[in-house]
Write a protein of this length. Structure first.
Length: 543
């Protein structure tokens, strides 16, 4: 019975197809056969999109990629922390350089002393213990030198009253002016604590800057990936919405033919099932769109930004560049500009400074000391100083005596300190050497990773470019196939199933093109990130 029914349906279809224009067949509704001289009916314009008003996305706030990137750079909490880290590192360099600021020290005081006397020469005229009253002030200006040495200029003045029997001047004005230079000859000659601290601070600053650049690059790359992901998600929703509308139209056409007795009553089941399947895909795509939008908002919006509840409409379109890729140049540039390499190199620089300082501390301390002082003395003569000439006067006279150079003290010497065993210094040097070896190995590892990442990024970009070309060719072929199948369906030589299949093929081809373009933009971003030029290419200030 089923075979007879299928045979009868086939015969009826053949009679309808072969019937002359305007002819009818008994028991069937009239069917107008298109004139062969006329143009075939146009297929649905799926590239421009069918009427999808029922499934159209709601309007939202337009957003460019440059705007999204700027918002992310303003709102990103991690970048604010990194910038604070750079500022702290800059302050650390200034603090380390402060070791070379000159130091001025000023002391002053008053003293009155009367001690018991145990000598016949220490008393007063009345036999009592002598009393000494003094006022003194001294100053010293010290300057650390870049050679590890230090120079100091010092001055002292003292006024004293003494009622002792053998005192020649009272009040007496005692003055001194001198200079001293101390220069290390072994330990602290090539590097001392101040130079170590400064070089280490510079290395820390470079590491902080490189870390900021790395996080800036990652932020920009993340925003671009999220932005193009949102573009792809919106376009997927649009494609699936058009696909749903085409399925609805196919269902309406099938039901119309059933009502005209051209198709059996069971024929709408296939397009109805396909319509519901596509609606399910559209709903899932809408959810994916919401997630993609939230991923982008997470990168560019602040905690209490009102835009959290608003939809974004990306306005930038993906485009394919035909510029050739010079892999060797990209690798060379990456090794010079990648912030990760800069971070690893700054660590090596700090470890080298630490190792050099630790090696230097193993040496004995041998310092050369050179000093020169002049003295002055003046005051009121006592009865015991009747034959003392040239020292009468006040404080000014005492300083004048310094200018004469009659009283001086010149010294040249060395100071040697030799720690026996010196295990602490030797242990610190061994730790520093091994730490330096670790950091150098890490730098080599980072450079190898950078090379591999550049090569991977170039390969991905090449593949993505080829995928875009293939996807566009496949899209054009899918359009032709759907148009042909629709023509066949219109004249009764095809079925709803085949038309729906061609529609699915076209929708998938459009989705493949969207995926290929999105992957191309992601690959282009990755090439710029891998070579360390992403911030420069986007015109972003790195500070």
């Amino acid at each position: 019975m089923n075979s007879l029914m299928r045979f009868g349906a086939a015969c009826a279809a053949a009679i309808l197809i072969l019937a002359p224009a305007g002819g009818t067949v008994a028991g069937a509704a009239p069917l107008v056969v298109p004139d062969s001289s006329a143009s075939p009916p146009a297929p649905p314009d799926v590239s421009a999109g069918a009427d999808t008003s029922a499934y159209a996305l709601p309007p939202g706030r337009s957003l460019t990629l440059a705007e999204a990137t700027a918002m992310a750079l303003r709102k990103n909490e991690g970048l604010r922390s990194d910038r604070a880290g750079v500022a702290a590192a800059e302050a650390g360099v200034m603090r380390a350089a402060g070791a070379y600021d000159p130091t001025l020290e000023v002391n002053g005081g008053w003293e009155k002393v009367r001690q018991p006397s145990n000598s016949v020469y220490a008393g007063t005229a009345s036999g009592a213990s002598p009393t000494t009253e003094g006022k003194e002030a001294d100053l010293a200006l010290r300057q650390l030198l870049p050679t590890g040495g230090a120079v100091s200029i010092r001055g002292r003045m003292d006024r004293s009253l003494n009622d002792g029997s053998y005192i020649l001047l009272s009040p007496a004005y005692d003055t001194q002016v001198g200079v001293e230079l101390r220069q290390p000859l072994l330990r602290n000659l090539s590097v001392d604590a101040a130079r170590f601290t400064k070089r280490a601070a510079v290395a820390d600053r470079e590491r902080a800057r490189a870390t900021l650049r790395a996080n800036l690059t990652d932020t920009v790359a993340g925003v671009e990936d999220a932005y193009w992901g949102l573009v792809a998600a919106r376009r997927k929703v649009e494609v699936l919405a058009q696909s749903v509308e085409l399925a609805r139209e196919q269902l309406q056409e099938t039901e119309s033919r059933v009502e005209s007795n051209l198709l059996p009553a069971t024929e709408p089941a296939q397009p109805r099932a396909e319509l519901e399947r596509r609606r399910g895909e559209l709903l899932a795509a809408r959810e994916a769109l919401s997630r993609a939008e939230n991923d982008l908002k997470l990168l560019i919006l602040g905690d209490d930004d009102p835009l959290w509840l608003q939809e974004f409409v990306p306005t930038d379109e993906a485009s394919v560049s035909e510029a050739p890729v010079d892999t060797l140049s990209l690798v060379t540039r990456a090794l010079a500009q990648r912030p990760e390499v800069g971070v690893a190199r700054s660590v090596v620089d700090r470890r080298r400074v630490e190792a050099a300082f630790a090696r230097n501390q193993e040496l004995p301390s041998l310092d050369a000391v050179v000093s020169y002082d002049r003295y002055g003395l003046a005051g009121d003569r006592t009865v015991n100083a009747s034959n003392l000439a040239g020292v009468e006067g006040g404080l000014g006279d005492s300083f004048s005596n310094i200018g004469n150079g009659d009283f001086y003290d010149a010294r040249v010497g060395v100071a040697l300190t030799f720690p026996i065993g010196n295990r602490a210094a030797r242990g610190s040097a061994a730790v520093a050497r091994n730490t330096l070896t670790q950091s150098e190995a890490d730098l080599v590892r980072v450079r190898k990773i950078v090379r591999a990442q550049v090569l991977d990024a170039v390969a991905a970009l090449t593949t993505a470019t080829q995928r875009v070309e293939a996807a566009r060719a496949g899209l054009e072929a899918a359009r032709v196939q759907l148009s042909s199948e629709q023509d066949r369906y219109d004249v009764g030589l095809s079925t709803s199933f085949l038309v729906l299949t061609r529609q699915n093929d076209l929708a998938q081809a459009r989705l493949d093109e969207i995926s290929a373009l999105t992957d191309y933009e992601a690959a282009r971003t990755e090439v710029a990130r891998a070579t360390g030029t992403l911030l420069t290419d986007r015109g972003i200030d790195q500070d």
